[in-house]
Design a protein around this ligand. Sequence first.
Ligand code: C5P
Length: 307
Amino acid sequence: MARSDEVTVRAPAKINLELRVGVPRADGFHELATVFHAVSLFDDVTATEREEGITVTVEGMQADLVPLDGSNLAVRAARLLAERTGIEAGVHLHVHKGIPVAGGMAGGSADAAATLVACDILWRCGLSRDELVTLAGELGSDVPFALLGGTAIGTGRGERLTPALARGDYHWVLAVADHGLSTPAVYAEADRLRAERVLPEPRVSDQLMQALRAGDPAALGRVLVNDLQPAACSLAPTLRRTLTVGRQAGALGGLVSGSGPTVAFLARDTEHALDVAVALSASGVCRDVRRAHGPVPGARVVEPVHG
Ligand code: C5P
């Protein structure tokens, strides 16, 4: 039986099927054209009403790597919502992590999106979806997509979204590294590596959109691309080996997810995903191997996992 002073919201991880990165803008962000795809690794945020203060606890995968101070994205999301709506109540946020931390899969953004939805309900703010998306964009470039889910094209710094026409279910194998990568450091390395080049306006490829419309995993596997991959591999050279192992294991395609270091491989079906996962585990190139499917929905209310 759900308690009225407690709300649990589940939000998904993302992979960028294509990530095109332009030149840095005046505000320090890079102009992007990307295809976000939500996959079935989730963080759950349980928001429990308190008279005052915003606190957070974290459990689950790599929980010890998540900050518990004001820099925590869930805390920042609750604070932003309280400020903008004039709410004075407090909240305790409990985050159950299933998304790799600092892995390029937008785990922190998922926590922020889940917190916005949970606190909006708990505090009876009554914000519209559009109002929540605007707040999400202020919290981070990937937060609006964690609200929306599915498969979507992102432009601007990634926060402007258009749902993509996509058919079918895709099976992914995720090689989780034993270290994180700092997103700003990866963007800075990309700028350094590409300093001599004239960069085109970032744009999503027609081939990728066609593959998605056709629901054709083999075609999709051939066109997965990430402009941040050379930079992530430059900062974490072992990723090159991870990419090779996955391809040799027969993956339809593979790429570093976002700013990395998680590497995502596309498989034909569940059985093929298991084969690729076994090969990656046996090679010892990564800390952990997870399987997931996509697309899945964005942040949504669920029954709490523990009572
Ligand atoms: O928006 P978010 O907080 O996720 O961004 C983290 C960092 O990633 C930014 O501070 C910036 O260094 C880099 N970034 C960027 N261009 C983007 C998105 C992120 O340079 N479009």
